[in-house]
Structure formats: structure tokens, C-alpha cells
Design a protein around this ligand. Sequence first.
Ligand SMILES: OC[C@H]1O[C@](O)(CO)[C@@H](O)[C@@H]1O
Length: 498
Amino acid sequence: MVTGVMNIEEGASLPAKNTFQVFMCSIIAAVGGLMFGYDIGISGGVTSMDTFLIKFFHHVYEKKHRVHENNYCKFDDQLLQLFTSSLYLAGIFASLAASYLSRRFGRKPIIMSASAFFLCGAILNFFAQELGMLIGGRILLGCGIGFGNQTVPLFISEIAPARIRGGLNLMFQFLITIGILAASYVNFLTSTVKDGWRFSLGGAAVPALILLIGSFFIHETPASLIERGKDEEGKRVLRKIRGLEDIELEFNEIKRATEISNKVKSPFKELFTKSENRPPLVCGTLLQFFQQFTGINVVMFYAPVLFQTMGSGNNASLISTVVTNGVNAVATIIAVVMVDRLGRKFFLVEGATQMTATQISIGALLLKHLHLIGPITSRSVPLIVLILICIYVSGFAWSWGPLGWLVPSEIYPLEVRNAGYFCAVAMNMVCTFVIGQFFLSALCRFRSALFFFFAVMNVIMGLFVIFFLPETKGVPIEDMAEQRWKKHWHWRKYFKQN
Ligand SMILES: OC[C@H]1O[C@](O)(CO)[C@@H](O)[C@@H]1O
């Protein structure tokens, strides 16, 4: 695949107008992020709705309302967690399939299929009568997410002129946060409606339909067309999206990059066996591992459950979730605007520090005030926890959220970029699955200590960034090895001395 085909300096000097076509294509594709976000935001609220629990998880409903039930264990149920996490399991396989299929058939059909899968999943969930239908719907949604997450960010990179590639790319994460926010608001609205959960889950059809209809209007990327030997069509699309007649320079760049990339017959083998690929492989994949072990999805999936555990009513807990998700969206914009000025490392270390402090504070508050039985008696504690969660979420949203995607997209050499990016996507899905599947059980067993665990993880990831991640801001992608890895105190040993 020929993503990010030219180095940034070359790319920046290539003539291109900021055309309507580019913005339209990028925004439509980024709706894939909206789908992803909608799902993340909807699950938590739905699993805390009584009517949903009564229908599918009656035993959890009874447990939740048992006065003498241990606070930390009210929602501990493997099946309930499978409802959230099954999607990510399906997503892992789907993104692997998408990395192959999008190379063979192009990016556009994969984006279309992503929306079609998601639409079918939403419909199945809306009509769900039993757990099997519910989980089946989740698996279809997962296929949609896997196809979308693997293809959309790369599609945007390929369609955008190099000058604005970073900003357009971060739009994916921004739309994820908008999706989460919209979903939590939908949950708030439907929570008082009879069988409201059906509307919450069925609402996923809206972003899916927008993407499905929109995807008829997007262009296949020039890189994908040229890679598959359709040079003339590639040139025609290039003229359209760049708003220029003379696109020979960029066409030749893509052609040259395609030739290099086609020489590598097995990118995965190259990625895993060549020692020079080790530094970006370790850093890119670990960044996604750490992104999930910031504990962010504990908040995203289970915030309403957490607020209810502290004794907030249904409504209050859903409103609190809308607030934290609003903070998430706004803080992401700060990253979009500032990351090319202040650099990646600054935000990653600052974010990790902020999250460490807030996790410790939340853990300490719960330890002191949330006893095994009964709600928190102090009225101010849930409010303080809400404020702390907002500070925590903003720390994530301007750092590990968007940079977890951006950094892996800019540290790999061209020949293995697609395979390397897949590793980041897969790591994201695996870790999201683990958190989704085990958090509620872990909360039951480890109680507030769990927050201290995430605090320790945040310290480790901050240290990792300080010592192991080179600053990639402003470094041309193809010069990354020369300018960064080869000069790094640790990673330089992976390069043959010459
Ligand atoms: O905005 C929070 C969301 O962002 C992600 O980390 C993706 O980058 C999700 O896993 C999370 O739910």
C-alpha cells in the first residue's frame, strides 16, 4: 500500500489547492470515526438501563437492586461484558481482512462495506429479542468498525495534500469523540422512553447511513488506483482533488513509491524480521497498548455504571456522562490545533501526568467514601469525582487519544507502513476488548485499587515516552531513521553501523 507515499518535505512542495473535493472526501470518510464513537458511547448507558437489563440480563438487574449487594460487584457479569467487548473481537479479524482487501479492491468499497455491516448490526440490535441476536448484532457492528478503522485514517492520508494531512487525519479521532458525545446524549433522551435501549442501539443506523450514502460521492484514492495499475484513472482523480491540470509531479511520486512498495512481496514478514523495523514496531504498537491502559475506556464504557455505583440516580449518571464526553470532544480540538507546534512528546508526557494525578485522587476518594454496601453518603463526593473524571478525560483527549493514531502513521518506512499500522489498529482492538471484558470483574475484585493500577500504568507510559520515543514533530517521514532512530541512545543498535 502506498500511504503517505512521499516524504513530508517533498509532499509539502507538491502543488495542490485545498479543494472542496478533498474536504468532502475526508469528512465523509471520517464519519467512520462517528460510527466507532457512537458505539463506544452507547454501550455504557444501555448496560445501565433497567429495561435493557430486565430483558437480557435479568440476574444483573436483580443484583443491581439488591440493597445488600457489594457496590463494586453489582455489574460484574461475564455475559454483560461480552455484550460490550464482542464487537472488538470481531473488529480484530475484520481489520486484518480489511488490510488485505483494501489493497486488492481499493479503499472505497471497504468503506462502503464498513457502513453496510454497521447498518445491519444496528438493525439487528434494534429488533433484538434474545441475547443471541444482540451479540450477533454486535459482531456485525464489529466488522463495520474493523473495516472502517483500518481503512479510514489511511484513506484520509492518501487523499489529503501533505500540508494539511496531520490536521485532516486527527479529524478521525475528533469524530470519534463527537460520536461518543452524541451517543451519551441519545442515551439520556431514551432512558425515560419505553424500551429506550432499542432506540439507542438502533440509532447506530444514523452514522452508518450517512457514511453509506456519502461513500457513493467519495473518490477512490489516486494511490490505490495507481497501485492497481489504473494510472489514467489515478491521474483523473488527482486533477480533481488537487484542483490542477498539471499533476505529473505528484503522479510520478506515487508511481515511484508504488514501485518501491510493490518490491516488498510480504510486508508482514519484512516488518517482523528486519531489525531496522523493530523500533517503530515496538513504539507504534506499544503506544496503542498504552492508549488503552490509560484506562480511558473504563470511563467511556462504564462511566454511567460507575456514577450509579456511587449512588447517583439514573438521570444524574447519564447527564454526568454527557458532561465528560463533551469535555473529551472539546479537548481533542486542542490537540488538533497545537500538536504540530508543541510536539508529540510534550502532550504525551503532560497527558500521562495529568491522568496519573486524577486516577490516584479518584482511587483515594472511592477508597475513603465508597464502602462495600450502600451509596456514598457525602453529596459532594460524586461531584468531585465527576470533576476529576473531566480533568482526566481532557488529559487523555489532547494527548494519547489522537496521538495514539497519529504517531504510528508517521514512524514506519513506506514498505511496511500499512502492515505496521495494522499492528496499531489490532493492538487497539485487543486492548479495548480486554478492558471491556474484564473491567467490571476487576472492579469487583480489586475495588478502588484498580484506579491505582491505572495510575501506575500512566507513570510507566510517561517514562516510556521520555526515554524511548523520539520526537517526530516536523521530521520528514522518510528521514525518520536517519534523523531519529539511528541517533537514539537505545534504538540505534538495531541499525547496521555504516
Ligand atoms: O475518546 C476516547 C476514545 O478514543 C479511543 O481511545 C480511540 O482512539 C477509544 O478507544 C476511546 O473510547
